[in-house]
Design a binder for this molecule. Structure first.
Ligand SMILES: *Cc1c(COP(=O)(O)O)cnc(C)c1O
Length: 396
C-alpha cells in the first residue's frame, strides 16, 4: 500500500488509540443510560462527570459550565441563536468577523433574516481583527461579540484576551469558536473574559459528533435541543457516553502533551514553509507569520488552480486541502483568503497543509519535492504563466 501523508488535520484528525480504548467499554459492557439509577447507568454517569472535569480543567472553567453537544457546529449555532433570543430586550446587534467558520457565518445569515443586525469585522493582511474597528462598532444594542480563537484556514490566532477585555468593559457577552485552538494553544476562560466557547472532539484526536459549549455561570441562554433534563436541562437527549468519554481523554491528552507536541509541530511547520518558499517561485504564505496555529501552513501559488494541485497531490498519497473542507467541491474562492485581500486568482491557487504530531521533516521533504514538481507541471500548461514569463523576459 502507498504511504499516506495526511496533512488535513484541520478538517479532522485520526482518533488516538488511547481515546478508542477508553471509549470501547462504553459500547459494550457499560452501555447503561446515564439517567438510570441502577449500577451500569451510574457508571455511565460517573464517566460523563469525569470527562466534564477533564475538559473544564483545560479551560480553567468549572465542570458545570461545560455542556456537551453533537459537535462544534451545534455549539456555534446554540451560542448565537440562544443569545439572540435571550437578550432580545437588550438589543439585536451581534459583532463577528468576515473570517469565521460557516457554522458562525451561516447562523448569522439565518439570524439576519429574523431581525438581527450583524457587523462583520474586517481583518488585516495577516488575518487579525481590527480592535479599533471593534470598539467603534459597539452600540447600546450590541448583545454579543463572536470572534474565533484561531482560523481554520490560515491558522491566525486572534488577540482573544484583548477582545474579551473590550467586551467586558462594555458589558457585552463574548463568544469564541475555539474549535481549532482548543488543545493546540493554552486557553483560560477567566483570563480572556470568555463567556461562551465552542469546541469539537474530532479536531483534537477525539471522536466525531461530539463537542461542547462552555457557558459561563450567569449567562442566561436557554436550551437549544428540547426534551429530557440532560445537561442541567440545557441540552436534551441521551448523552453520547462513548463520545464524551473519548473527548475527555483526548482533551486531557492534548493538554498534557501540548508543550512538547506543539514545539515539534512548530519546528516542522516552519521547516515546511521555508522549504516550499525556497523551492517554488511566486509563492506566498497566508496568515500571520508567528501568531498562527502550530500545525497550519497555507500557501498561495500564482498561476495555478488549488484543486488541480490537490488532485495531483492525492495521486502521490498526500491528503491536503485548498481553503476549507466545506468549500472544496465548490469553485467559490475561500471567504477567508478574500478577506485578507487576496485577489480571486491567488485565492484559487492556495493550499492548506495541517500537520499532526506524527508529521516528520522527512514527510515535509517528500511533500516539498512533490509540490515543486506538480506546480512546475501545472504552470507549464498555464497560458497566464506563459504570458507572465514573456513579459518578464521583455522587461529584462
Ligand atoms: C471544524 C470546525 C467547526 C465545526 O465543528 P464540527 O464538530 O465539525 O461541527 C467549527 N468551527 C471551526 C473553526 C472548525 O474548524
Amino acid at each position: 500500500m502507498k504511504k499516506l501523508i495526511y496533512l488535513d488535520n484541520a478538517a479532522t484528525t485520526k482518533t488516538s488509540q488511547e481515546v478508542v480504548d477508553a471509549m470501547l467499554p462504553y459500547f459494550t459492557e457499560n452501555y447503561g443510560n446515564p439517567s438510570s439509577i441502577y449500577e451500569i447507568g451510574t457508571k455511565s454517569k460517573a464517566a460523563i462527570t469525569a470527562a466534564r472535569e477533564q475538559i473544564a480543567q483545560v479551560l480553567n472553567a468549572k465542570p458545570e459550565e461545560v455542556y456537551f453537544t453533537a459537535g462544534g457546529s451545534e455549539a456555534d449555532n446554540w451560542a448565537l441563536k440562544a443569545t439572540f433570543e435571550a437578550y432580545k430586550d437588550k438589543g439585536n446587534h451581534i459583532i463577528t468577523t468576515k473570517i469565521e467558520h460557516h457554522a458562525i457565518l451561516h447562523t448569522c445569515e439565518y439570524l439576519e433574516k429574523r431581525g438581527a443586525r450583524i457587523t462583520y469585522l474586517d481583518v488585516d493582511e495577516n488575518g487579525v481583527v481590527d480592535l479599533e474597528q471593534l470598539e467603534k462598532e459597539i452600540t447600546p444594542e450590541t448583545i454579543l461579540i463572536s470572534v474565533m480563537f484561531a482560523n481554520n484556514e490560515i491558522g491566525t490566532i486572534q488577540p482573544i484576551a484583548e477582545i474579551g477585555k473590550i467586551a467586558k468593559e462594555h458589558n457585552i457577552l463574548f463568544h469564541t469558536d475555539a474549535v481549532q485552538a482548543f488543545g493546540q494553544v493554552p486557553i483560560d476562560v477567566d483570563a480572556c473574559s470568555i463567556d461562551m466557547l465552542s469546541s469539537s472532539g474530532h479536531k483534537i484526536c477525539g471522536p466525531k459528533g461530539i463537542g461542547f459549549l462552555y457557558i459561563r455561570k450567569g449567562v442566561k441562554i436557554r436550551s437549544f435541543v428540547h426534551g429530557g433534563a440532560q445537561e442541567r436541562k440545557r441540552r436534551a437527549g441521551t448523552e453520547n457516553v462513548p463520545g464524551i468519554v473519548g473527548y475527555g481523554v483526548a482533551a486531557k491528552r492534548a493538554a498534557d502533551t501540548m508543550k512538547e507536541r506543539t514545539a515539534t509541530e512548530i519546528e516542522v511547520r516552519d521547516y515546511l514553509i521555508t522549504q516550499i518558499l525556497n523551492a517554488v517561485p511566486h509563492a506566498k504564505l497566508n496568515g500571520h507569520p508567528t501568531k498562527r496555529l502550530p500545525n497550519n501552513v497555507n500557501i498561495s501559488f500564482e498561476f495555478i488552480e488549488g484543486e488541480s494541485l490537490l488532485i495531483m497531490l492525492d495521486m502521490e498519497g498526500i491528503a491536503a486541502s485548498s481553503g476549507s473542507a466545506c468549500t472544496s467541491g465548490s469553485l467559490d474562492p475561500s471567504h477567508v483568503l478574500l478577506a485578507i485581500g487576496l485577489p480571486h486568482e491567488k485565492a484559487h491557487g492556495s493550499l492548506r497543509l495541517t500537520l499532526s504530531e506524527e508529521t516528520t521533516k522527512e514527510d515535509a521533504d517528500f511533500v516539498v519535492e512533490k509540490i515543486k514538481g506538480i506546480v512546475e507541471r501545472l504552470r507549464s500548461m498555464s497560458p497566464l504563466y506563459e504570458d507572465f514569463m514573456k513579459k518578464s523576459q521583455h522587461n529584462k
